[in-house]
Design a protein. Sequence first.
Length: 539
Amino acid sequence: MTNNLYKYAALYLLFFISLFGLYYPIDIFSQEGVKLQKEILLKQAQTHFNDQVNTRKWNAMYGGIYVKPRVGELPNQYLKNNILKVDENLTLLKINPAWMTRQLSEISDIKDFKFHITSLTPINPKNKATAFEKKALKYFESTKNREYYELNDGKFNYMGALITIKSCLPCHQHQGYKVGDIRGGISVYLDSSKYEIITKSIQENALIVKVFVLLFLLSITVLIHRQFKNNERLQVEVVNRTKEIESTRELLQKILDSDKSFLALYDDVDIVYVNKTLLDFFGFETLDEFKNRYEYIADVFEDVDDDLFLTHYEVDGEHWVNYLKRNQIKMGLKVLIKKDGVDRYFKPYVKEIDLDGKKQHLVTFDEITDEYIKMQQLEQKASRDTLTKLFNRDKFNEVLLKGLALSDESDTAVSLIFIDIDYFKTVNDTYGHDEGDKVLIGLAEVLLSTVRQADFVARWGGEEFIVIMHSANSEQAAKVAEKLRVKFESYTFENVGNQTMSSGVTEYINGEDKEKLLKRVDEALYEAKNSGRNRVVVK
């Protein structure tokens, strides 16, 4: 009862942890979205401000400019040399940077935008600061910052500081300013109503996502809660059937003991029964004695440097029984067990059985020691390349002839991939043959790890390799060749870096002789090398 309470407490604790764990990134995403919209407004205001600053710099660069006045326009009384008489018919007015900025602000006709030049002590009363501008200018005085902005009531108010430069002193030196002082600023006003609409939408969407997450997690939690209840009911049923299962086990043990092969029964991945033949072989009376000595039956498997041998409890992260079940037909897997210092070879075979409504695996170990030794003797005669451990050209020719004959009989496709390492001579000449050998070995590893188990890989000679693909047409072979090309190109060698390869692909035409097939795939490779290398050509 206590365990059940802990179980439910853990479930709902996990619910709340998951809920808040998912809410956190939603909040962060929402906040970042709002922040981005605010930054967009800021960038717009900064751009308008910088446009005005650049215009003022241009004016100041010329010490002010003279323009023909508009009708009724009077000179700026606050400027020295405020007029320039060209002749008796033309008198020009002087426009300094401040007056120019104010005039531009007055004629600005951009929707939802305006700007204004000001200071705390303006020479021209028309440049008097607003409440926001006063706050910004005082902020500049009390900090080292050179910009200030506020966002409220559908408006974005921004001010950038104007720094006193040498050309400003003729007009402002009498006010006590010196180069580098902040003498005022340009304020920019933008309509932020769209910003508020967008940010509101972001926040509403975040709320919708939160509601969805809540409902989703709540649904899962309820389902798990119900499953817990179902499990509790099942536990009662299990107890009631225990006696029936015990009697079945006794009968099964008798059946297993009568077989001369090793037999082991697995419940999921744990061994639950072994027959007397297996116990006698290892010198044990009971399964418990065996388990006291070996945690798993796989512990008795010897290490063999051959992918066709099972050697460990797991193969590539998968329990060896499941791996055997999936590959026993196409791979012909074996195990090596030592008995009194003698190697004994067995062929395992797994079969799924239904025992009392439960799926279990019956593993049979048939001894094949004599057959395996004979097979090894035959394989030793087959020539392999000593460097890459791949089969050589002689073995390739033998396998190819058999494959072509089978293709003619069964009308199934056979394709070849002919491979050449690009600029391999340069590797040998530059880095030495030892590094070149590493490249050859690396390509061999790429080939073996990429092609199917049923395909045949051989070293043709030098830097050339060849692959026989059974039951594959040229289109399928080309896809594999391209996969090999990409994989090899990304394979980084410690001293020589990345290398590339070229490939020719062709498909066997029923009835043609081997020489025509090899000539065609060689032509395809030649075309790949002569059209830029690092590519696949199908011919």
